[in-house]
Design a protein around this ligand. Structure first.
Ligand SMILES: NC(=O)C1=CN([C@@H]2O[C@H](COP(=O)(O)OP(=O)(O)OC[C@H]3O[C@@H](n4cnc5c(N)ncnc54)[C@H](O)[C@@H]3O)[C@@H](O)[C@H]2O)C=CC1
Ligand SMILES: O=C(O)[C@@H]1CCC=N1
Length: 266
């Protein structure tokens, strides 16, 4: 398959690297359109693919075009892209908040897949949800799904409107996890540990706990109960979290992310 990527930044390249790793796309068939000169030069020197800095008619030769610029940069991109796009090309957008309708209208093009990945895709451990326009064939959809599967797990959504919630939950989710880990490491340092020791204690705890969620055959409440002894230390921490409305604040943060995704589509 021949793939062009408009915006070879973090997510665009996370995708590209997985396609190459699983031999779904050959480097000579990977067209990287990257506006930032320093970034383009770095991609060039690591021989990541065929690197260019602007959208040209050559883009029309690729089976799939991935849109991975920031939503704010999309108007400029669509202006250029609509001049060169060919009717049989598949568009895969990973941009937050920009609807299939909007992409169809701005590109005057029908075949659109809209996906929301996350950064663990860098390690082939991403979580992506995707939806598609009614105009796509099953064969085209399967081709895109096969590509996304190389970046981790993928789920198809019948309802595109759920993608803003996906963005808030799994798209932004890695940042929430890093935020919690960072706060725990900081607490460790304030209690007297060296940075590296605090980080080790927290990271191994998060890793082991994640595997318990998947393997212990217990609900999250049961797992919490198994740690929190009556009158003990965990209970003291959980009580403080409840007083500070930590769970509620987390949920409200996620709802704010969903609202922002919806705003981006306007
Ligand atoms: N970073 C994340 O965790 C996730 C990001 N996304 C979406 O992916 C998209 C990209 O995000 P990131 O990779 O984080 O951003 P990024 O800033 O790393 O990458 C965007 C790239 O697009 C390039 N660019 C901007 N305008 C261009 C143009 N006209 N032509 C060619 N290249 C151009 C920039 O120079 C930059 O390298 C966004 O729309 C975001 O909503 C989706 C899921 C997760
Ligand atoms: O923060 C953002 O807007 C993008 C979408 C999901 C993760 N990063």
């Amino acid at each position: 398959m021949k793939v062009a990527i408009v915006g070879a930044g973090n997510m665009g390249m996370a995708f590209a690297k997985s396609f190459i790793q699983y031999d779904l796309v050959k480097k000579e068939n990977l067209f990287l359109i990257e506006k930032n000169a320093a970034r383009a030069e770095a991609l060039q020197s690591e021989k990541a693919g065929v690197v260019v800095d602007t959208i040209s008619p050559k883009v029309g030769e690729y089976d799939l075009i991935i849109l991975s610029v920031k939503p704010q940069d999309y108007p400029t991109v669509s202006e250029e892209l609509k001049k060169v796009i060919q009717p049989n090309q598949i568009i895969l957008s990973i941009m937050a908040g920009i609807s299939i309708d909007k992409i169809q209208e701005s590109l005057n093009h029908r075949i659109i897949v809209r996906a929301m990945p996350n950064t663990p895709a860098l390690l082939g451990m991403g979580m992506t949800a995707f939806a598609a326009s009614g105009d796509i064939t099953l064969s085209q959809l399967k081709k895109v799904e096969n590509l996304i599967n190389s970046t981790g797990r993928a789920v198809f959504l019948e309802e595109e409107s759920l993608l803003d919630a996906v963005t808030a939950l799994s798209g932004s989710g890695p940042a929430y996890f890093f935020y919690l880990v960072k706060a725990m490491i900081e607490a460790g340092k304030e209690m007297g540990f060296e940075d590296s020791m605090a980080a080790l204690l927290v990271k191994q705890t998060m890793l082991g706990s994640f595997h318990l969620i998947n393997n212990a055959e217990k609900s999250l409440d049961e797992l919490i109960k198994a740690v929190a002894s009556k009158g003990g230390t965990t209970e003291a921490a959980l009580k403080r979290f409840e007083e500070g409305l930590l769970a509620q604040n987390l949920k409200e943060g996620i709802f704010a992310a969903q609202k922002r995704a919806t705003e981006l589509s306007k």
